[in-house]
Design a protein around this ligand. Structure first.
Ligand SMILES: Nc1ncnc2c1ncn2[C@@H]1O[C@H](COP(=O)(O)OP(=O)(O)O)[C@@H](O)[C@H]1O
Ligand SMILES: [Mg+2]
Length: 357
């Protein structure tokens, strides 16, 4: 097995067309050994297409996928040593839990005493030891997905591919299972490509995230980089809650229609400023007036761990959200108040979506 330098998984300028529709438009990506890389993007952006190309179920029209230094074009899926888990379980209904997990080991001709040992170990890891003899019909959705995980990991694959594995589970179980997947993946050190359209899941689980839109990768970075330093308006908007303010750059300054101004050395143009919902707060005496804006409180939503204010800027009626600590000062619907932000927290984008500031 290649353990040398260089990326473990290397995706180089992959193009995939369905008829005249371009589903992947020159995608390049790498993952290092043991990394959990997430493909994040809206439905239809090409995540599953890319995963199926990595798995070998689809052939790219151009480009190359390599694993551990070996080009995979033309290598059939069963010769790629991959573990896979999909949204819809895809476990065999006529086999017991233990037989499902043993399946891949039998197919590889492993001795039965070793199969017994490895299946028991895999089932213990996903906390299904006591369900070994059950059939899939008698399992919950979460348990079925654990069988899928055990079956994928038991073969000690070179690469693990997970396509929205938690989408069919309820919210609480999704959070539990994503932690389990992450712990297991780390413990075993398996290079993993994880597909989701759920931004919070991506932030919680990933070493790095590749944000996709319409067959292209817009940004690759750690969860913190993606959230705090989005390089594209689409990335800022897709991840977390953002307020958008329209404005104009001229004479070294961005002036927002909603009132505030900030220094911006870009060429004169229209621009948009993005500000996270949690980055707007009630103004203090010491806040400079150019970082403040007056807004009417249209609605107050109490969310337990915070309060969400639905605001309208007095100056131009821009719709704004502010997430405040729920133990802070009270805001009454129908009143007007002054809000402020730290210019360091603002991100400015050109009209084509690229970052200006
Ligand atoms: N077999 C196919 N034939 C034609 N179009 C397809 C096919 N599979 C996927 N597509 C289209 O390609 C785009 C990307 O699909 P997919 O990779 O499944 O996206 P995602 O997994 O991000 O939701 C979508 O617009 C989808 O409709
Ligand atoms: Mg998909």
């Amino acid at each position: 097995m290649n353990r040398g330098p260089g990326p473990h998984l290397w995706i180089d300028r992959v193009v995939k067309r369905y008829g005249s529709f371009t589903a992947l438009d020159g995608v390049s990506l790498t993952a290092s050994r043991g990394e959990l890389l997430t493909l994040l993007g809206p439905s239809g952006c090409g995540k599953t297409t890319l995963l199926r190309i990595i798995a070998g179920f689809l052939q790219p029209d151009a480009g190359q996928v390599s694993l551990a230094g070996r080009g995979l074009n033309g290598v059939p899926p069963n010769a790629r040593n991959l573990g896979m888990v999909f949204q819809n379980y895809a476990i065999f209904p006529h086999l017991s839990v233990a037989e499902n997990v043993a399946y891949g080991l039998r197919a590889r001709g492993i001795a039965s005493s070793e199969i017994v040992r490895r299946v028991a170990e895999a089932l213990a890891r996903v906390r299904l030891a006591q369900f070994a003899d059950r059939f899939p019909d008698a399992l919950s959705g979460g348990q079925k997905q654990r069988v899928g995980l055990a079956r994928a990991m038991v073969i000690e694959p070179e690469l693990l591919l997970l396509d929205e594995p938690l989408s069919n589970l309820d919210a609480k179980l999704r959070i539990e299972m994503r932690q389990e997947i992450r712990l297991m993946q780390r413990e075993l050190g398996i290079t993993t490509v994880y597909v989701t359209h759920d931004q919070e899941e991506a932030l919680a689980i990933s070493d790095r995230i590749a944000v996709m839109d319409r067959g292209r990768i817009l940004q690759v970075g750690t969860p913190r980089e993606i959230y705090e330093q989005p390089t594209h308006a689409f990335v800022a908007d897709f991840i977390g809650g953002c307020n958008w303010f329209e404005g104009t750059v001229s004479n070294g300054e961005l002036r927002l229609a909603a009132g505030p101004r900030l220094a911006c050395s870009a060429a004169p143009q229209t621009a948009r400023l993005a500000l996270r919902w949690e980055d707007l707060r009630p103004a203090r005496e010491t806040d400079p007036p150019q970082s403040c804006l007056a807004a009417r409180v249209a609605m107050v939503s109490y969310l337990g761990h915070r309060v969400r204010l639905h605001l309208r800027a007095c100056q131009d009626d821009t719709e704004i959200h502010a997430d405040l600590p729920s133990h802070g000062e009270l805001h009454m619907e129908g009143t007007t108040a002054l809000f402020a932000f730290d210019p360091q927290r603002a991100r400015v984008f050109a009209s084509d979506g690229t970052r200006l500031l």
